[in-house]
Design a protein around this ligand. Structure first.
Ligand SMILES: [Zn+2]
Ligand SMILES: [Zn+2]
Length: 131
């Protein structure tokens, strides 16, 4: 099941709700590919085809879009290569790079996310699960 994370900025009251992690339908490749555009799907298929194990995993990761400055739960497929490397491929319409955050660290407060509106550190709250 996935986690719902609620980010709040105490300075400007901005609130962001994020659905992170994995849902119960997220273990089927055809079902998760709908979260990616055509170019990205080609990239994912190439990465999976070039690895013998064809092992992949999918989750929605909390990320900062470097280009737009937005905080989102971005769909990410991670393909394991034969050399035991993991290639994360993000499906996001910003078209740019991302800074990914560890959900547990955000909840513990060891990592904080800057408010996209006023740049203050936001507080994070576990707001339940989703499936
Ligand atoms: Zn993005
Ligand atoms: Zn703020």
């Amino acid at each position: 099941m996935g986690q719902i994370i609620n980010l709040t900025c105490s300075k400007c009251n901005k609130n962001i709700e994020l659905m992170a992690g994995q849902g119960i339908k997220d273990n089927d490749l055809d079902r998760v590919l709908v979260f990616f555009d055509e170019n990205t799907i080609r990239k994912i298929r190439r990465a999976i085809d070039s690895s013998k194990s064809s092992f992949w995993s999918f989750e929605r990761k909390i990320a900062l879009c470097r280009k737009t400055g937005n905080i989102k739960a971005v769909p990410v497929i991670t393909v394991n290569t034969d050399a035991d490397k993991k290639i994360p491929i993000a499906g996001c319409d910003c078209g740019g790079d991302h800074v990914f955050y560890d959900t547990e660290k955000i909840l513990e407060g060891t990592v904080s996310i800057e408010c996209p509106a006023c740049k203050s550190p936001m507080s994070a709250e576990d707001a339940g699960m989703w499936d």
